[in-house]
Each structure stands twice: as structure tokens, then as C-alpha cells.
Write a protein that binds this ligand. Structure first.
Ligand code: ADP
Ligand code: MG
Length: 142
């Protein structure tokens, strides 16, 4: 599915509509250059789960939020922008986080851990079109 959004709110709405359809543990892999809208999209997912505000995990790479009133127990927001060594993925326990079906996992810059991504995942590509316009392409490999 490919859509165009004209502002942040539309991008968040695309995220929210996707989140609604997800009932089990899922790995969402977000791709696209800086400013393409990955964090804005993640904000939309978080809003669906009732998380008030997400803090960009740029410096710590992983932030987690407990979920209440959902089948899933934890929302993980991972940002690999500053990952410089694939070994770090192992040290951070990202594979274990992804393996736990109770987790909803969102990974910005997922291409940085390409070979370690599970086959079962949803890939989402973000493209900058103009100041306020973005293209979002959602592919699920299920
Ligand atoms: P990334 O995480 O991919 O680096 P961000 O979501 O942090 O991107 O930043 C996107 C920037 O672009 C924000 O400043 C946001 O306000 C702006 N923006 C403008 N139009 C859109 C849109 N249609 N969708 C998402 N973000 C948009
Ligand atoms: Mg970001």
C-alpha cells in the first residue's frame, strides 16, 4: 500500500490505522532519510496505544513503554541511526526483544540491522516529496 500525506497529522493517522489492525506481536521496520517522517509515524502508533509522548531514542537507541489494556505488554521504540557496529544489536538484546510475541517493536533505520531482521515483519518506506508532503509505502511480508 502506498499513500501520500500532506502533514504530520495525516502521517500519524496512517500509523494509527495500521496499529488498529495489529493484534499480535509485530515488528515494524521503518526506512527513509532524516526528516522523512519515521518518528512522526511512530508517534502516531504510540498515540494509538495511549502513550502520551515518545522521546526520540537517538542516544540510548531503545526506549520501552509498558502497555495497559492491550494484549501486548510492551511498546519498544528502537532508533538505529547511531548504531555503528552490528555487534551492538546483540549486546542490546534486540533479537530477544523481537522474539517476544508480547512486544510491539518499531525500528527506525532498520536497514542498519538488515541481516538480523526476521522474515515476519512489516516494512515501511518513507520518502520526502516536499516540505509538507511524504510518501509512505507499507509492505507486509507475512
Ligand atoms: P525521521 O524520524 O524520519 O527523521 P521525523 O518524523 O523526526 O523524521 O521528522 C519529520 C519532519 O518533517 C518533522 O519536522 C515534521 O514536522 C515534518 N513533516 C512535514 N510534513 C510531514 C508529513 N507529511 N509527515 C511527517 N512529517 C512531516
Ligand atoms: Mg527519527
Amino acid at each position: 500500500m502506498k499513500v501520500r500525506t500532506k502533514n504530520n497529522e495525516e502521517t500519524k493517522k496512517v500509523a494509527l490505522d495500521l496499529a488498529k489492525k495489529i493484534t499480535s506481536g509485530t515488528i515494524l521496520c521503518l526506512y527513509g532519510e532524516l526528516g522523512a517522517g519515521k518518528t512522526t509515524f511512530t508517534q502516531g502508533l504510540a498515540e494509538y496505544f495511549g502513550i502520551k509522548r515518545i522521546i526520540s531514542p537517538t542516544f540510548v537507541l531503545i526506549r520501552q513503554y509498558p502497555l495497559k489494556n492491550f494484549k501486548l505488554s510492551t511498546f519498544f521504540h528502537i532508533d538505529l541511526y547511531r548504531l555503528d557496529n552490528i555487534e551492538e544489536i546483540k549486546n542490546l538484546g534486540i533479537e530477544e526483544i523481537m522474539a517476544d510475541k508480547n512486544n510491539f517493536v518499531v525500528i527506525e533505520w532498520a536497514d542498519k540491522m538488515n541481516e538480523l531482521l526476521p522474515k515476519k515483519r512489516i516494512d515501511i518506506y518513507f520518502k520526502y516529496l516536499s516540505d509538507e508532503e511524504r510518501e509512505i509505502e507499507i509492505n507486509d511480508n507475512f
